[in-house]
Design a protein. Structure first.
Length: 328
């Protein structure tokens, strides 16, 4: 467990030195490389970890190729972006903030995004036979899904770096969108990073310390949700906290042990169902109103930000971008 914990999140203190855009460029600079995806797919076969050889330098050369080759870098950027966009889309589901009654503040939304990035981070560092056990039945589940990773250890580590680079770059854009003066952006980003590290370390602790006790694990998860997602708000419904904890417990099992290796290696993430917020009660026992999420954008469109914090709209299916809000 000690080795797993050392790799789980303490190593992320060095992540975030490189910056990559988290979405296609805005309309003013629409230099999209349409053949990038095809080139990455065509070269993906040569990026798999080679069969272990008796000659140690062979593994070293493969590692260097994976880290420094153009094809390897392209593949890592593509996978990192796929993972980050999957986490962001799930964290921005309007169900969290309408029927779920989570205040849609910067910090709450960032905590939801951080949690989903953490699920993917945990999957990336899961080694064969040494992953964190989330419950008594996890070993059998892991065996059923195929425990041998389709991504090499080096690839997984480098993709993590890309994933967190994108998270910090996205946070910087959202900080600017809040109207923070440019001279204060980096200071605020450091504060956001510190909160993110604390949250992820807390989640690491929950699943490692209470691996064999599901009831205690969910109890500690509820405490983590209250601290990091709901900012210790004493007016928060206990019912909401429990539903968030149950969701986090299930999603951990889903991403680490149920998501097929070949899908994950392609950057395809299948999240579980969102919590059912119907009939949720406040602290007095009164049923909270079910606020139906408003569908603000057509299917496939999302709002994203430039590096300067200006909003624009992106069709994730066609890669079209525009400044004007698309109509239904």
């Amino acid at each position: 467990m000690a080795t797993t914990n050392a790799r789980s999140f303490l190593s992320l203190a060095t992540i975030g030195t490189r910056r990559f855009k988290s979405a296609p460029p805005p309309p003013v600079a629409r230099a999209l490389s349409r053949d990038a995806s095809g080139a990455a797919t065509a070269s993906a076969g040569s990026l798999d970890a080679p069969t272990p050889s008796r000659s140690p330098p062979q593994g070293l050369l493969a590692s260097l190729y994976e880290r420094y080759s153009v094809a390897g870098q392209r593949r890592r950027i593509e996978l990192g972006q796929n993972f980050f966009h999957a986490a962001r889309r799930r964290s921005e589901e309007s169900a969290w903030y309408a029927p779920g009654h989570i205040p849609p503040t910067f910090r709450n939304k960032h905590a939801m995004l951080t949690m989903h990035v953490w699920f993917l981070h945990r999957r990336l560092i899961r080694d064969e036979g040494t992953g964190i056990a989330g419950g008594e039945g996890d070993s059998a589940v892991a065996e059923g899904s195929g425990s041998s990773s389709a991504l090499s250890k080096d690839s997984s580590l480098l993709i993590q770096e890309e994933l967190f680079d994108l998270l910090w770059n996205d946070a910087r854009c959202r900080i600017r969108a809040e109207g923070v003066p440019e001279l204060m952006v980096n200071k605020n980003l450091k504060d956001v990073q510190q909160l993110s590290f604390q949250y992820c370390t807390h989640l690491d602790h929950v699943f490692e310390e209470h691996a064999g006790d599901a009831a205690k694990r969910v109890e500690e998860l509820a405490y983590a949700m209250w601290i990091h997602v709901l900012n210790r708000d004493h007016e928060t419904s206990d019912d909401l906290i429990k539903r968030l904890a149950t969701y986090a417990e299930y999603e951990f099992q889903n991403i680490l042990f149920l998501l097929p290796e070949r899908y994950f290696a392609e950057g395809r993430v299948g999240w579980g169902c969102l919590p059912d917020f119907a009939g949720m009660k406040d602290k007095t026992g009164k049923v909270l109103p079910f606020n139906t999420p408003a569908k603000e954008l057509p299917e496939g469109w999302i709002q994203t930000l430039t590096d300067a914090g200006d909003a624009y709209y992106w069709d994730t299916e066609t890669n079209k971008t525009q400044w004007e809000k698309p109509l239904h």
